[in-house]
Design a binder for this molecule. Structure first.
Ligand code: KG4
Ligand code: ZN
Length: 370
């Protein structure tokens, strides 16, 4: 069965054709990164317009790359939640028009569930249940996963998403957008123990996740070290000029300035530790012996390394991560998961709508007192 996947939930336009939920026949992606970089973050209006211009040519491209015709497609899978409302509508309305014109079924795919499925596509041995850690620009959620379409939320960040934190810290360090890859690159050769950034309170059951304290700690630390941080009035963005002249009153702090590599590495280490701690607590609470890491931040090398080592050390918990190429937003994961919706008969109607925010089913875990 050939599924066409369409993904436009944020700032990447992506189309893919996948056979039987596993075999990738084609994958086309158009990134808007450079466009949004000058604003220091995603501008929803811009994202939506660019999806509108890009999507149809990309579908054409993906179909050709798969060596087939659009009529060969058996079903259309489209991300309808969660995401930016305008961006989601571009993908959904295009998918509906195609489904109607081709008289093919349409299935609605949850972006977060699709991120988790990306790990499955590269690891056919992956078994259920497992604890799924989804770390992206918009989400930091940990689920108990019993099947490709069965997820119960264990815990999620109380404030910023991990990727958002990487992006904001990268902006503070003057590294540009998207911040995750830039922080990783800058941290190479840096000393991860140079600054002991706070890992926050994990709460009584170890499941509390928060990144805003870490972000503020980096900001305060940089101020202390004499970095000049200016708030840009019109955009609300923070700009850092590490080489700007230090005011006389702050000359004392000059001697404690340190390379950006050390700050980036120390921040990255703290962010990774927060994620690893919550993951291990989740596996214990859910009595689960398998962990899956997915989402844009899962591309982070240090996170993959530390998560793998921590899982191994915790009773040889099985660890699996989405392949780097399928960590950030893509349509392979949408087409792949769409197949499971088709085979279980979970078709959508043409009145399908977008759900920018979604409510999760929660897993009841034993509290620390239990
Ligand atoms: O999953 P994704 O493509 O989009 C969302 O669904 O949000 O994730 C994008 C996020 C961005 O915040 C980006 O900075 C982060 O993933 N990211 C990384 C790395 N590559 C991408 N964060 C840390 N290290 C990386 N190597
Ligand atoms: Zn995503």
């Amino acid at each position: 069965m050939l599924t066409l996947g369409i993904e436009t939930s944020c700032d990447d336009t992506a189309v893919s054709l996948v056979e039987d939920g596993m075999r990738i026949r084609s994958g086309a992606r158009s990134s808007q990164e450079k466009l949004h970089a000058k604003y220091g973050g995603i501008v929803p209006e811009v994202a939506c317009r660019v999806h509108y211009e890009t999507l149809l040519p990309l579908i054409d491209h993906a179909v050709k790359e798969a060596g087939c015709k659009i009529h060969d497609v058996d079903a259309i899978a489209v991300t309808n939640q969660p995401g930016l409302v305008g961006s989601l509508y571009i993908g959904l309305s295009t998918a509906k028009a195609l489904a109607w014109a081709l008289t093919k079924p349409i299935v609605a795919v949850d972006h977060i569930e699709a991120h988790i499925y990306a790990a499955h596509m590269a690891d056919p041995e992956l078994d259920y249940p497992h604890v799924s850690v989804v770390v992206s620009g918009g989400h930091t959620d940990i689920f108990y996963t019993e099947g490709p379409l069965e997820h119960s939320l264990i815990t999620r960040t109380l404030d910023d998403a991990a990727g958002e934190c990487f992006d904001k810290v990268a902006a503070l360090l003057g590294l540009g957008y998207p911040g995750g890859p830039a922080v990783q690159m800058t941290s190479l050769g840096g000393n991860a123990d140079a600054i002991d950034f706070p890992r926050g309170d994990a709460g009584p059951d170890g499941l509390q996740l928060s990144f805003s304290g870490l972000k503020t700690a980096v900001l305060n630390d940089m101020r202390k070290r004499g970095f000049v941080i200016e708030a840009q009035r019109n955009s609300g963005r923070l700009l850092t000029t590490p080489d700007a002249p230090v005011p006389k009153s702050e000359t004392r702090t000059l001697s404690v300035r340190m390379p950006l590599a050390d700050i980036a590495a120390s921040f990255q280490e703290a962010a990774v530790d927060i994620l690893v701690r919550a993951t291990l607590s989740s596996t214990r609470r859910a009595h689960c012996k398998s962990v899956v890491l997915a989402g844009g931040v899962a591309a982070n090398k240090r996170l993959r390394e530390k998560m793998a080592a921590a899982c191994k050390a915790q009773k040889n918990t099985r660890f699996s991560a989405a392949p780097i190429a399928l960590c950030t937003d893509n349509a392979e994961m949408v087409a792949g998961l769409g197949f499971h919706k088709v085979v279980t008969g979970q078709y959508a109607n043409l009145d399908l709508d977008v759900l920018p925010n979604k409510q999760e089913k929660r897993l009841r875990v034993e509290s620390a007192a239990d």
